[in-house]
Design a protein around this ligand. Structure first.
Ligand code: SF4
Length: 427
């Protein structure tokens, strides 16, 4: 047995992941987005909509509706360290500790009327979400729509469980596609805005370009040392979530790619030269109130090189189809989201990624208040450990509720994980 007793010691307590140069542009993009959101809220002839992850935001832009994203606003509250106060406000209204902490952050944020830079969000013209990722998206918007007295539209997306035949899948696609036309009618009735096929295809083309660039960024992450860390993608995901179909996101990703290519030519990574020791896959939503955790990993030479969560926001779109075919294609994407994969398919996806990105370890965030993020994690962990022979750390935590993050045990588990990574390298 080789001596690994020093493995848990940080390589240095000062190793910092270097963000891509163009990352700083995101602050300006977000500020403009928030200002525009405020303007669209104030001007009586403009319309806004709350939408959730998994909703085809392109539809909103096609119909002149400005999308607002409560989940994104909740991340801001977490990162600005005000989420706990907002969650406690929601709990004081009777919402249980077990419920989604994004939802409770939003309940607290609207009750307290906090500013946009802390995660506040204005009352929209209407709300729209789907049950494709979780049922919380439906209950959350139902509750808030009732409170705010605004209309709500729910897409009902069937679950794509294993064993569904092609015929049944075609029926599912038709069922979801029909709801697109219902949604268009709903928006036209409420706002008076009409649907333009020409505009829809323009938006879809740009949305696909954004996804293409996102995929290219991930291709570069396969390189050793990786030029892009989670510290870049966890922020850069924002245009993918809320700005698909707009030029601003495309320009931003193109600039990130210029930086990435420059780094690759110079053989520079996200970590200082010679410090990338362990390449990690992180699955789940990060702990927004404790992003420092990923910098702590870096101090041990560990860099997060791939996240299924951030990658999942950028599915490619099929172009050149008729409107009917295109809507069916988008409907199919909504049904077949990676978070709807069966355990077997998920294991295959993770194991292929481990090979493609030459990963040394996996961290699975078993997120206390997000069921889609934690279902099947133990089976996934066991399968990866057995098949790939690499360590998997299961983190029991929460994305926005800091009460779930216990400093000392988290540090101990992190050190144990690093020790296993080191032992694995030596074997
Ligand atoms: S339960 Fe998870 S997926 Fe659903 S709204 Fe909350 S964080 Fe998002």
């Amino acid at each position: 047995m080789k001596d690994t007793t020093n493995a848990q010691k940080p390589v240095s307590s000062r190793i910092r992941v270097e963000n891509l140069k163009s990352s700083v542009q995101l602050k300006g993009i977000m500020t403009k987005y928030m200002l525009k959101a405020k303007l669209n809220h104030i001007l009586p002839w403009k319309s806004t909509a709350w939408v959730a992850a998994g909703f085809p935001v392109e539809l909103c832009y096609s119909m002149g509706i400005y999308p607002l994203h409560p989940e994104n606003a909740a991340c801001v509250s977490g990162a600005r360290k005000v989420s706990l106060e907002l969650i406690e406000k929601a709990e004081s209204e009777g919402f249980s500790r077990d419920l989604c902490s994004y939802f409770k952050t939003n309940i607290g944020a609207t009750a307290r009327k906090i500013s946009a830079n802390l995660g506040g969000i204005d009352k929209p013209t209407f709300m729209a979400s789907t049950n494709t990722i979780c049922d919380t998206h439906v209950k959350w918007f139902q509750i808030q729509a009732r409170k705010m007295k605004v209309p709500y539209f729910a897409f009902d997306v069937p679950s794509c469980v294993d064993g569904i035949g092609d015929e049944r899948m075609e029926e599912y696609i038709d069922y979801v596609a029909e709801q697109f036309y219902d949604f268009i009618g709903f928006v036209e009735k409420i706002t008076g805005n009409t649907f333009s096929e020409k505009k829809y295809f323009e938006i879809l083309k740009k949305s696909d370009r954004l996804a293409e660039l996102w995929h290219e960024i991930y291709e570069y992450r396969k390189i050793m040392p990786t030029p892009v860390a989670f510290q870049d993608t966890l922020a850069a995901i924002f245009p993918m979530v809320i700005l698909p179909g707009l030029d601003v996101g495309i320009k931003y990703y193109e600039n990130l790619l210029v930086d990435i290519k420059e780094k690759v030519v110079k053989q520079e990574g996200a970590m200082p030269k010679g410090t990338e020791k362990y390449r990690i896959l992180f699955e789940g939503i990060p702990m927004w109130y404790r992003i420092k955790y990923f910098h702590q990993l870096a101090n041990y030479g560990a860099v997060v090189t791939y996240e299924p969560y951030t990658f999942s926001f950028g599915p490619r779109k099929k172009l050149g189809l008729s409107l009917k075919e295109s809507i069916r294609d988008v409907a199919q994407t909504m049904i077949k989201l990676p978070y709807n994969y069966s355990l077997e398919r998920r294991i295959k996806y993770f194991e292929k990624t481990i090979d493609d990105y030459k990963l040394d370890g996996v961290i699975l965030h078993s997120n206390m208040s997000c069921r889609p993020s934690c279902v099947g994690m133990i089976d996934l962990k066991n399968a990866i450990q057995e098949d790939k022979g690499i360590p998997v750390l299961l983190l029991d935590c929460d994305m926005n509720d800091p009460r779930a993050f216990s400093e000392a045990p988290m540090q101990t588990r992190l050190e144990g994980f690093i020790e296993l990574l080191e032992a694995n390298k030596l074997n």
